[in-house]
Design a protein around this ligand. Sequence first.
Ligand SMILES: [Cu+2]
Length: 165
Amino acid sequence: MRILLILAVLAATVPPALAHEEKSEHLTISHPWTRATAPTQKTGVVYMEISANASKPDRLIGAFSPDAEITQIHGMQQDGDILRMRTVEAVEIPAEGKAELKPGGTHIMLIGLKAPLFEETVIPLTLTFERAGKVQIEAVVEAPAARAASSPGQEKSGMHSGHGR
Ligand SMILES: [Cu+2]
């Protein structure tokens, strides 16, 4: 029921062609997306929703994109007044629940982009889950300012300098 509701909301806010999902036996990955980048920008951030279809939880434990030199899973951590990104080991997907990767929160970081991300193209990613194994997805590249209202600047490239490893 909850999944249906999410899809209905997505369908109302993005063009139909962009509302897509990848479904495996265990998981549904709804609308993976990223923002277009300027030619000088070497990092990108990918968001999506991951829902567990079954009564068993799963964990996202890895991500890879051939379009970036390094792909990491990042979480946000409060450090005094500043919200900082840090690499996380895994993202928990609760049984019959979902994990939201969204602006200001957990995300997948592309470091060392091999080419700029152009709007209305897609980039391939392989996600690795503890139970579901590898899942191939394509993230849709949206406008640079996409959903800016919900992202108070955490994804500015300055925030990303110096935490690759
Ligand atoms: Cu990051």
